[in-house]
Design a protein around this ligand. Structure first.
Ligand SMILES: [Zn+2]
Length: 82
């Protein structure tokens, strides 16, 4: 309790609701998956369900933190990933 879903737990910033793409498909963890929870849990990026079931929807409403989005971009540049 005491945890608001609209505040980023990493940056303590208010987040804005946003509609993002959903991606599907089972896969192994990537280095980004390991960095995400601590560095940019609420970046503006497609929401990866990692589900192998049939696609029922293609968009998800998520909350986006501006500093997570920045940290995500910085991580991509630092790690030369895409
Ligand atoms: Zn954040």
């Amino acid at each position: 309790m005491g945890h608001s879903v609209t505040t980023c737990e990493v940056h303590s910033l208010s987040m804005s609701p946003k509609l993002v793409d959903l991606t599907y498909g089972m896969r192994y963890d990537t280095p980004m998956d390991e960095a995400r929870p601590a560095l940019f849990p609420h970046a503006n990026e497609p929401y990866d369900t990692r589900a192998c079931m049939g696609v029922q929807q293609t968009k998800a409403r998520v909350y986006v933190c501006p500093l997570c989005t920045k940290a995500h971009s910085a991580w991509l540049q630092a790690n030369n990933a895409s």
